[in-house]
Design a protein around this ligand. Structure first.
Ligand code: THU
Length: 160
């Protein structure tokens, strides 16, 4: 018997001004689209913005449904849209922000498990890491250089 350990790493930024200019702009777009989320049930709005290597920016916000599981998270709305409109392009950065209508989110909101698995698929597909920046409404911004930091020991096509 032996134990194995998997290390994961994140970078913490204290304010948006510490981020590269293009990532600040990307996060700003995520904030703008977050405010347009369709979230009448949770009142929890999430915005996601993807920067593609062709310069295109693809946005998404969470889309809820009266039949709750039929709704979709912002990250998957964005990444599936990118996969549909620009299947050959690579995603070079992803910015995520989440805010509640009822209380202020002051710490970074990480993508849910299903979104991590979906992002993993595109990271494998493009054979290039996707840096993921995520934050709440205010406060620190976390950077994960690759989806692998958020979902170590990832299930992928190699296991099929
Ligand atoms: N949500 C996202 O959009 N992304 C996540 O990673 C976590 C959760 C949405 C789904 C639902 O509309 C609301 O936030 C509350 O769970």
């Amino acid at each position: 018997m032996k134990n194995i350990s998997i290390n994961t790493q994140l970078t913490v930024f204290e304010s948006l001004s510490e981020l590269p200019q293009n990532i600040q702009q990307l996060m700003q777009q995520a904030v703008t689209i977050r405010k347009k989320a369709y979230a009448p049930y949770s009142n929890f709005r999430v915005g996601a913005a993807l920067l593609l290597d062709n310069g295109q920016i693809v946005l998404g916000s969470n889309q809820e449904n009266a039949a709750y599981p039929s709704g979709l998270c912002a990250e998957r709305v964005a990444i599936f849209h990118a996969g549909a409109v620009a299947p050959e392009a690579k995603i070079v950065a992803m910015a995520i922000t989440a805010a509640s209508d009822t209380n202020q989110t002051q710490s970074p909101i990480p993508p849910c498990g299903a979104c991590r698995q979906s992002i993993a698929e595109y990271e494998f597909k493009q054979e290039q890491s996707i840096p993921i920046y995520f934050m709440g409404e205010i406060g620190n911004i976390y950077l994960s250089d690759s989806l692998k930091n958020l979902l170590p020991f990832t299930f992928d096509k190699n296991f099929l």
